[in-house]
Design a protein around this ligand. Structure first.
Ligand SMILES: Nc1ncnc2c1ncn2[C@@H]1O[C@H](COP(=O)(O)OP(=O)(O)OP(=O)(O)O)[C@@H](O)[C@H]1O
Ligand SMILES: [Mg+2]
Length: 349
């Protein structure tokens, strides 16, 4: 067997070894190149500091896997730990297995709204969905987890900072019957949040845990775009009931949506379904529907990936104007076609 072929056989064999935190060794970001020499097959596994003991059985299994395909070549498998690799592994969606998930006090159900790409309408969808659940008579809260670019205060027309009780717990804002928390309410004007990963995670934790949510049937969490620190921190901290993915029908947005889907799958988070935003434009003059960003892309992707398609939301001026002026359509025009799209999806969820 050539060295290249042997390397591939070793890699395939490592594909049968599960690693702590989910996934298999051949896909593990801390796995180095596999070097085949005349007498040995060598590689390193770099893990997060503190995870060495958990990976000890993986090293033994890897040696056995090498022995099974490499004849009498020696298996040289080394285990190292380093911080940069830890960060890489976390970015790739590997949760820290040591973190304990805890329920949010008083909250029965937690749903995250996510997308891979920015600007596809996550926040608008999150707000209107939360309002649609409230419309059904549920007690609902919304948490803006977009620490770097909070937009919920604007979408709900919030003014001022949330009150802080004597015991240091936030009393959330209330808007259109929703309890609302966002770091955006605590920033000055256009102040940018320039926090590094751990600080963003810590801010999220505080907003989530140090808020008096009262008794909620449902907490909707509006995530930032992408699959970064905040997402990983959230899935580590909270047992999510599930995640809803928002995408536009554009191919590009769908490629990114697949990344978000992959991240939730890796972290064992249930995906409740896919929403196609800006699905079509209904012409106010002629009444016909125009599929500006392509036809049913999200719907096709959903069925390809075996996910539930929750429905499409039209691209409508009223949605943009009302959202951006703090008067979301489900609260202010509940009988409109635009609001109906959100209400229908909430029912399906
Ligand atoms: N269905 C829609 N019809 C018309 N405009 C929409 C629709 N959905 C969202 N928008 C508009 O698109 C813009 C982006 O929406 P939004 O802020 O909700 O996206 P986002 O995915 O949360 O963005 P980010 O990634 O920056 O958090 C806003 O101006 C919003 O009003
Ligand atoms: Mg947003």
């Amino acid at each position: 067997m050539s060295d290249k072929a042997l390397e591939q056989s070793v890699r395939n064999a490592l594909g049968n070894i599960n690693v702590p935190g989910g996934g298999v060794l051949s896909q593990y970001p801390g796995l180095s190149d596999i070097i085949v020499t005349q007498s040995a097959v060598a590689f390193a596994i770099t893990v997060q500091p503190g995870m060495e003991a958990a990976f000890k059985p993986i090293v033994d299994a890897a040696k056995e896997a090498v022995a099974s395909v490499a004849g009498d070549k020696k298996a040289m498998v080394s285990l190292t730990s380093d911080k940069a690799a830890a960060q890489k592994a976390q970015k790739a969606g590997q949760p820290k297995p040591t973190v304990q998930k805890e329920p949010v006090k008083g909250v029965k159900t937690v749903i995250a709204v996510a997308s891979g790409k920015g600007g596809v309408g996550k926040s608008t969808t999150a707000v209107n969905l939360a309002l649609a659940f409230a419309h059904e008579g549920k007690k609902v809260g919304i948490l803006d987890a977009d620490i770097y670019g909070p937009s919920i205060p604007k979408l709900l027309g919030l003014q001022g900072k949330p009150a802080v009780r004597e015991d240091g717990i936030f009393a959330p804002h209330e808007a259109y019957g929703l309890k609302v928390m966002s770091i955006g309410s605590m920033l000055e004007g256009d102040q940018a949040v320039m926090w590094r990963g751990p600080m963003a995670s810590s801010a999220l934790k505080q907003l989530l845990r140090e808020t008096d949510w009262g008794e909620l049937d449902l907490l909707v969490i509006d995530l930032p775009p992408g699959t970064g620190d905040v997402h990983i921190s959230l899935v580590q901290q909270v047992e999510l009931t599930g995640a809803v993915i928002v995408s536009t029908p554009q191919d590009l947005a769908l490629i990114d949506a697949r990344k978000a889907i992959d991240m939730f799958a890796r972290t064992q988070t249930r995906i409740l379904g896919l929403i196609e935003n800006m699905s079509y434009f209904e012409c106010p003059n002629c009444g016909s529907q125009h599929h500006i960003f392509g036809d049913h892309g999200a719907e096709n992707t959903a069925s390809e990936l075996g996910l539930k398609f929750l429905g499409g939301i039209p691209l409508q001026m009223a949605i943009r104007e009302n959202s951006d002026s703090g008067k979301p359509v489900v609260a202010t025009m509940p009988d409109s076609i635009e609001a109906k799209a959100y209400l229908d999806i909430a029912k399906k969820l």
